[in-house]
Ligand binder design. Structure first.
Ligand code: NDP
Ligand code: ZN
Length: 351
């Protein structure tokens, strides 16, 4: 089969590989829609997780099952499924401890395009199909459905990690597709004021659509000063970091109030350290909590998010600004995610 791969750091291209086969609990899926992620850009062009040779890229897909293992109970060949970006080993101590994202090792629940071939191929392998696939109903379009697999679960995890309360004031640093879903998640959890930080027009418009009450452009100067000015010097209750570089942690610490929570969902692809400013952190005594996490995956998570879409609580169509037809266009879509033109939020390829 053909797959679009990371050949080495900074190099991508089409390669031929043996088609995967299903073990007793697994499934082989043919993608119906795929989407490149900014994380693929960190992985390929920053070498953020180290070198990978001839590894098929992609971890966002919905598809159709073409082969099923003998022990899989709930799915059959021909079913249309949502495939989470994170497909953990559910029989692991980390999963039992509540951190399935790190099943059998830090970040090891993230298998596609990290530890094994990803979804930008004619076929791909899904471990533990009963626990890692979710049914895709026909009412949800393919391009919206593929946004559930990573963008929605990640952005919503930002809102969860930040422990948004009813009426919380929130800053979301970065309003790409991940930040937009953090805005959406914050609004659903009852946030009051939501300040989005970004510059590109498509993202700013979408942020207002999803619930941002204010927009701050980081290109207009120090975002801490801008946010302090907007909040009469008080700062905000919660900060979700969904974009920008290593400097954003220090900014988040400075703009969150004592007792506040900072939730990072950004993939810091470069730089050695993230620094915490001593004084703004109350010399260590400000009760400012810092958390960060990989998005949750697995079947239950996908089904719960899917139902938010199915019952019209969340409209994901607004995230997809570029839609291509034919898997051969995945390279174009990936390069769009690298170049980030003003009108881009997210690109999808309908296979
Ligand atoms: P985008 O590149 O589309 O969005 C990044 C956002 O950050 C944009 O709004 C951008 O503004 C803004 N930004 C850039 N520089 C700064 C700055 N200096 N200060 C403040 N804001 C800034 O990325 P995505 O939304 O696709 O992804 C966001 C991050 O989430 C990525 O690092 C991605 O790898 C990661 N990710 C993490 C996952 C997880 O499980 N934790 C899963 C999936 C993705 P502008 O409008 O100018 O572009
Ligand atoms: Zn991703």
């Amino acid at each position: 089969m053909k797959g679009f791969a990371m050949l080495s750091i900074n190099n991508v291209g089409w390669i031929e590989k043996e088609s995967p086969v299903a073990g007793p609990y697994d499934a082989i899926v043919r993608p119906l829609a795929i989407s490149p992620c900014t994380s693929d850009i960190h992985t390929v062009f920053e070498g953020a997780i180290g070198d990978r040779h001839d590894m098929i890229l992609g971890h966002e897909a919905v598809g159709e099952i073409v082969e099923i293992g003998s022990e899989v109970k709930d799915f059959k060949v021909g079913d249309r499924v949502i495939v989470p970006a994170i497909t953990p080993d559910w029989r692991s101590l980390e999963a039992q401890a509540g951190f399935h994202q790190h099943s059998n090792g830090m970040l090891a629940g993230w298998k596609f395009s990290n530890f094994k071939d990803g979804v930008f191929a004619e076929y791909f392998h899904v471990n533990d199909a009963d626990m890692n696939l979710a049914f895709l109903p026909k009412e949800i379009s393919l391009s919206s459905a593929v946004m559930i697999t990573d963008m929605m679960t990640t952005g919503f995890h930002g809102a969860e990690l930040a422990e948004i309360q009813m009426g919380s004031s929130v800053v979301v640093i970065g309003i790409g597709p991940v930040g937009l879903m953090a805005v959406t998640g914050a609004k659903l959890r009852g946030a009051g004021r939501i300040i989005g930080v970004g510059s590109r027009t498509a993202c700013v418009e979408a942020a207002k659509f999803y619930g941002a009450t204010d927009i701050v452009n980081y290109k207009d100067g120090d975002i801490v000063k801008q946010i302090m000015a907007l909040t009469n010097g008080h700062g905000v209750d919660r900060v979700i970091m969904a974009g920008g570089g290593t400097e954003t942690l220090g900014q988040a610490v400075a703009m969150v109030r004592p007792g506040g929570v900072i939730a990072n969902i950004n993939y810091h692809g470069s730089g050695e350290y993230l620094q915490i400013p001593r004084v703004e952190w109350g010399c260590g005594m400000a009760h400012k909590t810092i958390k960060g996490g990989l998005c949750p995956g697995g079947r239950l998570r996908m089904e719960m998010l899917r139902d938010l879409v199915l019952y019209n609580r969340v409209d994901l169509s607004r995230l997809v600004t570029h839609e291509f037809k034919g898997i051969e266009n995945v390279e174009k879509a990936l390069l769009l995610m690298k170049d980030k033109p003003k009108d881009l939020i997210k690109a999808v390829v309908i296979v």
